[in-house]
Design a protein around this ligand. Structure first.
Ligand SMILES: [Zn+2]
Length: 388
């Protein structure tokens, strides 16, 4: 018989502990006996792992559950207040910070407008937001466990922001800057990737293995979830689908290409079209006018919806996802975009015809929190990976 080396035993123990913990997180309240049944781990192993998790303060036990006779089982719960995490959505012209418990429930939030994009200005604002949230965190065994930041730019495997065109940043090590200041673990991720994860873990994409998150703000970013995992590409910068060519002789884009999707289907595209019609270039104004039935605005939104649809055709043909989630600020117009999008897909996408129930277009239900929640979920996952 092959002997198990000590290192392997340690690994097996870590895996078992993690399985027990995940089961409690997902199925709580749950008894030790139920965990054993769910996981096929023997009762002694479950009991040992539960004791360690109790000691770590990651779970707690209370009360007596229902039992068919005999001793009533004690039920275990995930202690989502064992620590708190900070999630930041660093936008081009705003900064949203949230303080969450370990389940992603928002406890505090703070939003500031960014009037400049210069690094030292932005980091000053960032430090203020983070410090304010830290000061507001309730007492807990682990305190602030880390900071996750979603940024509007390319983030490579070494978590360096290689390029953030709208902020005009190149090769910025924000992880180092923030980590140095607060002496906490920091995770940096592209905003659309963070948003995709936010939807996957907490939002419209819970339980969906193959989904694409389309973040439509000033530009368009996309986050790709394949088989439940974020797909990041070989150097970490996948998902630049806003720069799909939808008009090969079209307008010139700052990325160097022509006719990119985001030039026709983003918030910026909507505002430019509004300007050409002599309408006020303001999203809340356009939303109000749409509600009042202003025909010019309704026409703009129909065109926008159709243009979004043309890009979605490329995404669906490439990935065959079961769900596409449209998020970020443009989703405020969902009531006016749904029909034009559907119309384009039905008209032009053969695999969609008769399969409408298999490719679903959804909208973010996290409002404007997708990226911040995704960022906090990176931070929480990193914490548990280290601790368990
Ligand atoms: Zn482009």
């Amino acid at each position: 018989m092959k002997r198990i080396r000590t290192g392997d035993q340690y690994l097996v123990k870590q895996i078992n502990k993690s399985i027990v913990f995940e089961t409690i997180k997902e199925k709580a309240p749950i008894s030790r006996a139920q965990i054993s049944k769910e996981t096929s781990l023997n009762k002694a192993t479950v009991s040992t792992m539960v004791s360690e998790l109790l000691e770590d303060s990651f779970i707690y036990e209370i009360g007596e559950g229902q039992s068919s006779g005999g001793r009533k089982p004690i039920l275990l719960y995930f202690n989502n207040h064992a620590g708190y995490s900070i999630g930041i959505d660093l936008g081009v012209n705003y900064l949203l910070g949230i303080l969450t418990d370990l389940k992603g429930n928002i406890v505090e939030e703070m939003r500031v407008d960014l009037l400049e994009t210069e690094l030292s200005y932005v980091t000053d604002q960032l430090f203020t937001v983070i410090q304010t949230l830290i000061d507001k965190a309730p007492e807990s065994p682990y305190g602030i466990i880390g900071i996750g930041i979603g940024v509007p730019g390319l983030v490579n495997q070494k978590t360096i922001i290689t390029f953030a065109p709208n902020l005009k940043w190149k090769h910025i090590d924000l992880k180092e800057i923030v980590g140095e200041k607060f002496q906490l673990p920091v995770q940096i991720e592209n905003e659309a990737n963070a948003g995709a994860l936010g939807e996957r873990v907490y939002g419209s994409g819970i339980g969906i293995a193959n989904q694409i998150y389309v973040s439509i703000g000033v530009g368009i970013g996309t986050g790709i979830i394949i088989n439940n995992d974020l797909y990041k590409g070989s150097t970490g910068v996948s998902g630049e689908m806003g720069h799909f060519t939808i008009d090969m002789n079209g307008k010139k884009c700052s990325c160097g290409n022509r006719g990119c999707w985001e030039l026709y289907a983003s918030e910026r595209a909507l505002l430019e079209a509004a300007e050409q019609m002599n309408l006020k270039t303001d999203l809340s104004f356009l939303l109000n006018e749409a509600k009042m039935g202003n025909p010019k605005v309704l026409q703009l939104l129909t065109t926008l919806g159709e243009n979004i649809g043309y890009g979605l055709i490329n995404i669906i043909n490439t990935f065959n996802p079961s769900v596409i989630i449209i998020g970020n600020r443009i989703s405020m117009f969902q009531g006016w975009m749904t029909n034009p999008i559907e119309h384009v897909l039905k008209d032009r996408l053969s695999i969609y015809q008769g399969q409408e129930d298999q490719i679903e277009i959804r909208y973010s239900n996290l409002n404007h929190y997708s990226t911040a929640l995704g960022a906090t979920s990176f931070s929480i996952a990193h914490f548990f990976n280290k601790k368990i």
